[in-house]
Design a protein around this ligand. Structure first.
Ligand code: FES
Length: 240
């Protein structure tokens, strides 16, 4: 723990120095959202760092690929959108940082706040808060029942976090947080193993959410599933 805090503080020191060099040259320091398993790669850590770097002359580049791998794209848009000066849009297959080619929206970093003011509302329009798409308060429509055959799963946004809906091989519906309890990568349903799998460090969970292999130290928190006709809802509140 001490080493981690020490490294976060070193990150702050480095950024403050770089920002000063940028300031002397009339440039804006743009901090990119790191990969989720790296230092500062989790939203709380990045916010902690940025809170300690002067906001003036410092902006954020949201890398959609990095945030999607961590399962917190919506959360990153909410928390860092107001400081956005560059958006790097690329895609991946949810397992590695593929950076499939796509142009960024911003041709070059602009003055802090200017681009964010333009792009952030657009992003909010494109990606409306997931809760608004659900029917019951605190619940989201995770899937149509016919969409997921028995023995499959689907990652979906629950609030600002990823969750995973599982249709078990014996026909039950279950839902869990999709944030791995090791370092928060997004877990997937592995049909060939009939379990939940984290690609970052080969973490494994059974279909009750229990950690059964690899480094994850705890089970995945579970959410309540309500099936209404063809609609499968998941509530944000955790079970138990
Ligand atoms: S983040 Fe390490 S196993 Fe999931």
């Amino acid at each position: 723990m001490w080493e981690r805090e020490s490294r976060l503080n070193l990150s702050v020191d480095g950024l403050v120095r770089i920002r000063e060099v940028c300031r002397q040259r009339g440039l804006t320091l743009v901090v990119e959202t790191p990969l989720p398993h790296l230092l500062g790669g989790q939203p709380d850590d990045l916010a902690w760092i940025l809170d300690r770097v002067p906001a003036e002359g410092t902006g954020i580049c949201i890398d959609t690929s990095h945030c999607s791998l961590g399962g917190f794209l919506f959360e990153a848009l909410e928390r860092f959108g107001p400081r956005l000066v560059h958006l790097q849009i690329s895609d991946n297959r949810g397992t590695t940082d593929d950076h499939l080619p796509a142009p960024g929206l911003a041709p070059r970093p602009l003055a802090a706040g200017t681009l964010g003011a333009i792009v952030y509302p657009v992003l909010k329009f494109i990606f409306p808060p997931p809760r608004a798409r659900g029917r019951a308060k605190g619940a989201v429509l995770a899937a149509r029942a016919g969409e997921l055959r028995a023995g499959s799963g689907k990652v979906f946004p629950l609030g600002t976090r990823p969750a995973i809906l599982v249709h078990t091989p014996d026909g039950k519906w279950r839902a869990f947080s999709a944030r791995c309890t090791h370092l928060s990568c997004t877990v997937r349903y592995r049909e060939d193993m009939s379990m939940l799998f984290c690609p970052c460090h080969d973490g494994r969970f059974d279909l009750t959410g229990k950690n059964v292999g690899g480094p994850p130290p705890r089970p995945l928190p579970e959410h309540t599933v309500v099936v209404k006709g063809d609609e499968v809802y998941v509530t944000e509140a955790e079970v138990g």
